[in-house]
Design a protein around this ligand. Structure first.
Ligand SMILES: Nc1ncnc2c1ncn2[C@@H]1O[C@H](COP(=O)(O)OP(=O)(O)OP(=O)(O)O)[C@@H](O)[C@H]1O
Length: 656
């Protein structure tokens, strides 16, 4: 038998389990009791699901995704209401029969008063994620199980239900509880966004890369800038409980008047903004200004109207459209042209088809601006007043792509009665559908998409009626679709449906317009950070020209955003303001697209094996020059270079 690994929290957990056993005994339960098989019958269970319909609908796709992670491990995913009654399960077929033996199925209560100590009942009593393993279950019949459960709370912190993974005790894995906890958090974030769909919602975190993840802070504000609610991560970042923060004004939380923030938001064209928490910690924030019909969106639109137009702000025709509150960037094709000949040729080809519904396939490495090109094409096309709907096929588990793309009918999932979902294809009706990373779309969905494109109609999951759709499709990928066709992982018929016009975007390192592009991006960044300098020092320009930019435009935009914040109030962005890890992507002897201010270091061999050596030669020179400028002061040189002092000391030791 597999031994359960000892976890660091075993002592605390043992205490909690002992208390749960004491509660079970006090309830008059006996360990030798047979499982109680009493379950809610069909209609009663459906009614209970209806009562919990928001929880049920938000949890279903997350349960499917979680089940996909643990498939074939002899286990099941369960959702319960706040009283521990199982509402829904997704199970491995070979575990269903064992689960039935202990009444682990929809309609049955796993509250402590019915089953004694068990993960669901105990987690609901303790209000904490809990694992109950094998012999820790109060009822002997349940010793065959290992179960990990996390309660799910509504946005105000009230318990709504619980998410649980139960399986064969031999299959215990200590990571299961973390997976369950993350999935419960995901459901809580979905519930938050649904509850406050009409409010101004802010996503924020001190680290930009955490925005859009489970760890982001979420805060909802009313149209006058009063805090309505905040999720766990936001409360943690604010350092105070919800009761203390509710009804606080935006300015008390983020140090600036709400109206100023809204105007900056509109000017930022979807790019993130920087805000300061009461603790002084700076956070990166994105905001969604409420549903198009809400008063909040009206406020957002009036802020747009007050804002001076730039190549990246929506045209007046769009401000009238129902999607005017969308804060994502809406560049024009002309605005993307900053002087690179290859890019200009691609843009011209795209411009030729803008008035026709020819499908466009955009190829290019990650971050080369494929989505921005798709947005620009939409913006310049006759469909500009319709929606632009984007779906990243690589960002969703296979199980979710289908529902996201094709939608589902009311009651498509067992027991569900209300609230179908339109799906991205139907949402894009009258506009443009952008399918990013189309190469990552599973084959089954490729077949369905092919049918939609052929028939110009979509049938949602669980539905029978075909809804006509009129849309332009733009797809993007960094993969070699022809090679995938040869391997049998991409359908040839779909390939010919989506590639009416194929354009390839150059990698940033191959572009010849770096200076102009940086100037354009800096213009955008300065709308978000008004005190940021408008120019770069020659050293930074040289560094940029030598960078390999593996993350392409995204990496450049992110480096400029960080540097702009670091250099707020200074004359120019200098080396010390750049993110430290950018140096690792800088190559002293690369084929500089721009004149390099400091390009004398040559590598005649051009040997890729010598990359690290070339990098260190360049770093050494940079450190030497900086030390000379600071008369050998290591701290000052390290500060300017954005390096740790130890790195400079190491360099000095190696020089000796
Ligand atoms: N023309 C541009 N001007 C300013 N910034 C840009 C431009 N194009 C792209 N960016 C910046 O680069 C980021 C990445 O662009 P985009 O999402 O279009 O790339 P992508 O090729 O679709 O990326 P992926 O392949 O990873 O999906 C944007 O969020 C934006 O910050």
């Amino acid at each position: 038998m597999t031994r359960r690994p000892v976890t660091p929290h075993d002592a605390a957990r043992a205490d909690a389990i002992a208390q749960a056993h004491a509660r079970s005994r006090a309830l008059g339960l006996r360990a030798t009791e047979a499982p109680d098989f009493d379950a809610l019958a069909g209609a009663d269970l459906r009614e209970l699901i209806d009562t919990n319909c928001t929880l049920y609908h938000q949890a279903r796709p997350v349960m499917d995704a979680l089940h996909a992670q643990i498939v074939d491990t002899q286990s099941m995913v369960l959702l319960t209401d706040r009283n521990g009654v199982i509402l829904h399960s997704c199970a491995d077929s070979d575990f269903v029969e064992k689960a039935q033996r202990v009444a682990l199925r929809p309609g049955v209560s796993w509250a402590e008063q019915h089953r004694g100590t068990n993960a669901i009942g105990t987690a609901l009593v303790e209000g904490q994620p809990t694992t109950v393993h094998a012999g820790e279950h109060f009822l002997r019949a349940n010793h065959i199980l290992t179960c990990s459960c996390a309660p799910i709370a509504d946005p105000y912190g009230r318990t709504l239900g619980a998410l649980d993974v139960s399986g064969e005790s031999r299959g215990f894995h200590k990571h299961t509880l973390a997976l369950v906890r993350m999935s419960a958090q995901m459901i809580e974030n979905h519930l938050f966004n649904t509850e406050f769909v009409d409010a101004i919602r802010l996503q924020f975190h001190a680290r930009a890369e955490f925005i859009g993840t489970l760890y982001e802070g979420l805060a909802a504000f009313s149209a006058d800038g009063t805090l309505l609610c905040a999720n766990r991560s936001a409360l943690f970042q604010f350092g105070a409980p919800l009761a203390e923060l509710q009804q606080r004004e935006f300015a008390a939380l983020f140090g600036q008047p709400f109206a100023t923030f809204m105007q900056q938001l509109m000017r930022a064209s979807g790019e993130p903004l920087t805000l300061a928490l009461p603790s002084g910690v700076r956070v990166i924030a994105r905001a969604t200004p409420g549903a198009p019909t809400s008063g909040v969106a009206t406020f957002a639109r009036s802020a747009v109207a007050e804002t001076a137009r730039s190549p990246y702000t929506p045209a007046p025709a769009q401000a009238k459209a129902p999607y005017a509150a969308d804060t994502t960037p809406q560049p024009t094709l002309a605005a993307l042209d900053t002087g690179d000949a290859r890019l200009a040729a691609a843009l011209q080809r795209v411009a030729r088809v803008r008035g026709r519904d020819i499908p466009v396939l955009v190829l290019g490495r990650t971050g080369t601006g494929k989505e921005w090109l798709a947005r620009a094409l939409h913006r310049d096309s006759p469909r500009r007043d319709g929606p632009f709907v984007a779906l990243n096929c690589a960002a969703l588990p296979d199980t979710l792509i289908e529902a996201e793309l094709f939608g589902y009918e009311d009651g498509a999932f067992t027991g569900a009665k209300r609230r179908g979902s339109a799906g991205k294809i139907a949402q894009a009706h009258g506009g443009t559908l952008f399918l990013d990373e189309i190469g990552d779309m599973p084959l089954a969905q490729q077949v369905r998409l092919m049918r939609v494109l052929q028939e110009r109609a979509v049938v949602p999951l669980g539905g029978t009626r075909a809804l006509p759709v009129d849309l332009r499709i733009v797809c993007a990928t960094h993969r070699d679709l022809r090679a995938m066709i040869a391997e049998g992982t991409f359908r040839e018929d779909l390939y010919y449906r989506i590639n009416g016009l194929v354009v390839t975007l150059p990698a940033l390192a191959e572009r010849t317009d770096l200076d102009a592009l940086v100037a354009r991006m800096l213009e955008i960044v300065r709308r978000e950070v008004p005190g940021a300098p408008a120019r770069l020092t020659p050293a930074v320009r040289a560094c940029f020209a030598r960078c390999r930019w593996p993350g392409n435009l995204r990496q450049l935009a992110s480096a400029l955003r960080t540097a702009a914040i670091m250099a707020e109030g200074e004359d120019a962005i200098d080396m010390e303001h750049l993110p430290e890890d950018l140096m690792h992507d800088c190559d002293p002897a690369s084929d500089c697209a721009q004149p390099c201010a400091d390009a004398s270091t040559e590598d005649p061999a051009g040997d890729t094996e010598r990359e690290p050596a070339r990098l260190s030669v360049w770093q050494s020179r940079l450190i030497e020059e900086t030390l000379a400028r600071h008369s050998g002061n290591v701290s000052a040189a390290a500060r300017e270079l954005g390096l740790a002092r130890n790195t400079v000391y190491r360099h000095l030791r190696q020089r000796r």
